[in-house]
Design a protein. Sequence first.
Lengths: 211, 223
Amino acid sequence: MITYLSNNTDVILAALRQHIVLALLPVLIGFAVALPIGYLGVRFPRVYHPLVNVCGVLYSIPSLALFVFLPVILGTKILSPLNIVVALSIYTVALLARTVADGLRSVDELVTQSATAMGYRRFRRLVDVELPVALPVILAGLRAATVANISLVSVGALIGVGGLGQLFTRGFQLFYLEPILVGIIASIALAAVADLAIVLVQRLITPWSRV
Amino acid sequence: MNLSYLFDAAHWDPTLSGGIPQLILSHLGYVALALLIGTVIALPAGLYIGHTGRGSFLAINAGNAGRSLPTLGLLMLMVTLLGLGLTPVLIALSVLVIPPVLTSAYAGMRSLDQRVVDAARGMGMRPWQVLTRVELPMALPVLMSGFRSAALQVVATATVAAAVGLSGLGRLLIDGLAVNDYSRVLAGAIVVAVLAVGLDLLLALVQRWVVSPGLNPSPKGPS
């Protein structure tokens, strides 16, 4: 294990770097897209149930199928990392749009009414009152999406772009345990660090929830 | 993008090995076995932890830990350790089932109104009777939602079995990709998604059937 690590440091670090980009970029894109969609689900109650159902169906598409199929729709090369980024962004939106809607719906009616009575317009009230109150729910969804993305990236290795997943396929092809173990451990560690980072950010930006 | 592979009757011949019906059957076989094994392990553990409150930390964190484990890596690790075959695939997929079932069994047991449990005990029910006749039926809605999300995940993930030489709908994806036959890949993706949604609907029906009507608060009933 140690010799494998020291002989292949460059390969492992490159895989890790690619893994981080492929997993976290979609989280940012997905979050940015999910916020307005989730808001629509609250603003127009009729949209809520169709929204939840569409998200559920999107999430049930196997990642492998989406990875190989996006090039056909987007016209990208099969080996383009863009396929992975778009696919994972879709999953992130599917997970987060619902969470954002649920978070905003969980805001106490009395709170929004008080804000309105204090003179808040709709948009200011959303940004200054409703979103901050809904943050714990939304960030819980963000944690789940981040962790899921980090473990999904490796499936991309089956089509040649998979960050740490490439260590899995290499080990599998050579019947060699070390790369697979290193890949799994690095992937879990990355997920744990990202999860912890979001928890810390949450503590920083929602000081009122600390007891 | 075209649907010719999916709508070609020759690929739907039930006797054809490698035809879509047989791939669906083997796919569902992996899913059923993985759900069975995972549930047999996770359900008693979750109920026990929820009932006694011992080991709550494990039940709460199993969900997150499970999500972060890359299934493809686990599968390839198991194949490297055990050789090709059904066992490594079932291990990898069962591991996927355990976290949601364990966490939801625990959450279901914790969500019970403790007064109901006390009342059952006060009526003279034995611990086993309290568990099977009161706690389990009342925890069922939460438990079923965990089971359904596990089923959804396993149906989608069972496609990776094809990456280590097994059957299932992943064959359409892997083989289609290998020969640049995107019509076949699309067929695989659609059949898996339909299967996942269909299974979820079926489980939703099962849930309506097994959950006691008294647990579905109706607007007319007493609150």
